[in-house]
Design a protein around this ligand. Sequence first.
Ligand SMILES: *Cc1c(COP(=O)(O)O)cnc(C)c1O
Length: 395
Amino acid sequence: MSSDADAAYEHTLRGLEGQRLLRKLHPVSGQNGHVCIRDVDGRELVSFSSNDYLGLAHHPKLKGALIDAAAVHGMGSGASRLVTGTHPAHLALEEAIAKFKSVEASLTFANGYAVASGFATAFLSESSIVLLDKLSHACLIDACRLSGAKVRVFRHNDLEKLEALLGWADRQPDKDRVVIMTESVFSMDGDVAPLEEIVALKERFGAQLLLDEAHAVGVLGPGGRGLAAALGVTDQIDFHLGTLGKALGVAGGYLAGSRAMVDVLINKARSFIYSTAPPPILAVAAKVALEMAAGEEGDARRESLRELMTSLAAELGQQESPAAIFPYQIGDEAAALSQATALRERGFYVPAIRYPTVARGQARLRLTLTAEHTGEQIRALTQAIADYASSHGAV
Ligand SMILES: *Cc1c(COP(=O)(O)O)cnc(C)c1O
C-alpha cells in the first residue's frame, strides 16, 4: 500500500513548489548538437545550458569511433574491472589521461561524482581534515560527508581564511592528513580559484590539494589541459579530478596523480571497486575526444569559444570571463524561473539555477557557451534578456 507514502511525497513536492524550488524534467532532443534542441512540442530552441564546451559530443569522428568500437567490443563491460579483468581500452584511456595531465597515472570512474566518493573512501577517514571552498560542487561536499572527516569551509577564494584554517588544522593532534578541496573553474559562477596562492599555502603547511577541473579541462591551459597546467603547478597538485562528460563530450570521470595514489584508489575507492566498469566503447570514444581536445581541432574550437565568450561578456556588460560559464544574477527564485520561462518562449533554453545548487536568494540564469554557438545567436539571446529586463522594470 503506497497511498500514505505517496501523500507524503506529494506534500514534499508541494512544499518545494511553494518555495519555487520544485525541479522538473524538460524533455528535449538535440539532433546535431547541444546548441539547437527541440522541446516536446517540436519547437526549436537555442540552448545555452550544456557543458559540452568544445561542441564535441555530436562530432562525427566521435560517433564513428563509438560505432566502430561497438562492433568489436559490444556494449556492457559485465562486471567491475577487479572481477572480470580490465579491458585494454580502459588502460589506454588512463594512460592518455595521465599523459594529458603530465602525471604518472590516472584511474577512470563512471562519472566525476563517483570519483569524488571514491576519493573519500580511499583517502579520507574520521581522522582527516578537509578544508573546502564554500562554492565547491555537491560531489565534493558529499565526499566529505561520506568520509566522516572533519570539514571546515572557507569563504569562496578567501586565502586569509584558508591560511587561518591551515594553521588551525596544523595544531590538531592525531590527524592522518589535511586536504584542501577546491575547483579550478567554479561551476555556477565561472570564476577561477587563486591556484598559485593556494598551492603556496598548501606547500607551506604540508597539506594536500584536490583540484576539481571539471569546467577547466578542454577550455583552459595549453591543449585544454586545465588551470594547473596553465599556471605550471601540475606537480604540486596531489589529486587532479576531472570529468569526461563536459568539454570532452563523452562520459566518465578520472582522478590523476602519482602511480602509488592510483594504486590505493584501485584498492580502496568503493565506487570503483563495487561498480560495473563503464562500457569499454566509452573509453575508446573518450580517448579519441581527449586527443581531439588536446590537438589542432581543440585549439581551433577553443579559439572560436574564446571569441564567443568575449562577445557574450561584452553584450551582457560583464567583465571578460576566464571560462565559458556566465552567471546572470537574479536573486529571487520565482523571478529566475519566470525569466527562464520567458526566454524559452522566445526560443532560448537557459536554466534557472536555484537553491540548493546555489545559496537561497542567489538564483540566477546560468548561460554556458559551446564552440558551436554563433555570434548571431548570442546577440539574439542578449536582446531577449534586455527586452525582458525593460518590460519588467529592471534597469
Ligand atoms: C559536473 C561536475 C562534477 C561531476 O562530474 P560528472 O562526470 O558530471 O559526474 C564534478 N565537479 C564539478 C565541479 C562538476 O561541475
